[in-house]
Design a protein around this ligand. Structure first.
Ligand code: SF4
Ligand code: SF4
Length: 196
């Protein structure tokens, strides 16, 4: 009985000294605590955080040509795009571009599919919301949060240049012909979404 009490006391003292030793070890080291939100971690360059749409820094116009490749590549149909063909330039333009970030799994396939350096997963992460509807990002918001994102245009290979020319001027990248000046939706905005 008395032996047990003595053992408990020595164990207690040992653990106390052990704890104080750890404290003492870190007492004179530089603190790694960050004073958020005045200080923030620098996120790695290839972080897959918040998705943005990129714009041309000179013209301010979206790089997106509404080719729909990203929405077709998205495994969860999180991207929905409506596009229209500009009768003057004969090129597609996005009329609406929405991403449902509540179902996005941040796989990055949309960024990989894009030939126009128009969509990017970034190191941005401060977009939590208590209202789920605020997690449905529209084109204006996606463009706005992407304006300060630095990027380099991807070099196009000859094969890609051909595909890009096709996508820009009428022929659907999936092979289907597209009607002029008529709004058209990507798979993510229609049937695929209803299935969810
Ligand atoms: S990151 Fe993946 S899941 Fe999210 S929108 Fe892009 S392709 Fe879809
Ligand atoms: S793949 Fe790129 S250019 Fe095509 S619709 Fe998506 S973001 Fe726009």
């Amino acid at each position: 009985m008395a032996g047990n009490i003595i053992k408990e006391i020595t164990d207690g003292i040992y653990n106390l000294i052990l704890g104080l030793a750890v404290t003492f070890k870190h007492l004179f080291k530089h603190a790694i605590t960050l004073q958020y939100p005045t200080e923030r971690w620098e996120m790695p360059e290839r972080s897959r955080g918040t998705i943005v749409l990129l714009s041309d820094p000179e013209t301010g116009r979206l790089n997106c040509t509404a080719c729909l490749l990203c929405s077709k590549a998205c495994p969860v149909a999180a991207i929905s795009i409506e596009r229209i063909k500009n009768p003057d330039t004969k090129k597609f333009e996005p009329q609406s571009f929405n991403i449902d970030t509540t179902i996005c799994c941040y796989c990055g396939l949309c960024e990989q599919a894009c030939n126009f350096t128009a969509i990017k997963l970034t190191g941005k992460y401060e977009f939590s919301a208590s209202d789920k509807s605020k997690l449905l990002y529209d084109m204006g918001f996606l463009q706005e949060i992407g304006r300060d994102v630095k990027y380099e245009k991807r070099e196009k290979t000859a094969a890609k240049k051909k595909a890009v020319a096709k996508a820009e001027t009428g022929e659907d990248v999936g092979g289907a012909p597209v009607a002029d000046a008529k709004a058209e939706s990507s798979p993510g905005s229609g049937e695929a979404k209803k299935e969810d």
